[in-house]
Ligand binder design. Sequence first.
Ligand SMILES: *Cc1c(COP(=O)(O)O)cnc(C)c1O
Length: 386
Amino acid sequence: MTGTKALLSFIRDIYQSTGPIPLHAPLFNDAEKTSLLACLDSTFVSSAGPFVDQFEQQMAAFCQSSRAVATVNGTAALQAALHLAGVGQGDIVITQALTFVATCNAVHFLGATPAFVDVSPMSLGLCPDALQQFLTEQCGKNAAGNTVLRSTGQKIGAVVPMHTFGHPVQLDEVVAICSEWQLPLIEDAAESLGSFYRGRHTGTFGRFGALSFNGNKIITTGGGGMVLCQQIEDGVHCKHVTTTAKVAHPYQFFHDEVAFNFRMPNLNAALGCAQLTKLPSYLANKRALAGLYQNFLQDSDYQFVAEPAYAKSNYWLNAVICANEQQQQLLLKQSNNQGIMTRPVWELMHHLPMYKDCPRGSLSHSEWLAKRLVNLPSSVAPGLQP
Ligand SMILES: *Cc1c(COP(=O)(O)O)cnc(C)c1O
């Protein structure tokens, strides 16, 4: 049996380090420096410039998305997407209890309330059966034909699955349920850049998808995000509402609706353009790393979280499921004491003070996983040949 001690020395071998090992560190070389210097030299560091357009176009091409609109961060991308899908004051947005808090905050800032359904232990993301059960047991149609929460009459504004640690949810099933109930689908693909569901990029199955380029994600712009839009009109409108809704004119200031200042600065996009050229090699490296972890953990108490059969995951964060809570706590304590950064999954959303009273379905898988999941160091590893 492979124990905790063996696992920690395995991690030290991979990262060839006796010092602190982060959970996920970014990686830069001359390409980023060249791109940033070119941006500085141009003086276009702020809200206009060619790197933003280039980053959006290259990202749309990589994801095979009709349009991609760059934003200041992933939370803003989610908020813009929800707003464009018509989510507003008093609405309910169905998401998973096991997610990063940004998903819920984006909902809350629009005056809407998140509702939580369970995740599937296979994907760690929104479970289609749990979604269908919540809709059947707690929702119905009102006179106007909208899907509403029966207890309060609040409109269900959208469904937001999140591809946990880069593992795609069961999208065919989720898409079918959303169309059956006529609900907009918005994917929180913040963690899943480079992850594909049956060959198609995550974030392109719903009307909108949101990406993040925060410092800990697979590629970074320092801070940044992207709205993936599948309809051309949505792409145009998304650009408009994330850039103060200014009507194009050589010199006049006219704004035709209340809008956000969510646009990504050109300086961040310059970093993003350089990072995007690295993405294929990062993906290959991380897949090789995941393979090493999986192989190493085969005869251990730790169950490695592998990509679902239908998916090609980016393996953004590697994760194990411990046998029980004691083992989880021991692994967390021993690794962090030694400077090897490991983390439990986020506190479940319905345990947070601001979201504790939100509507929810059964969350037994989420509760079970939260007591067992641990993320292992997952940065691109030096000298690892895929
Ligand atoms: C990173 C992340 C976001 C967005 O984060 P930002 O820091 O605002 O870019 C949203 N949802 C999930 C699940 C994330 O992991």
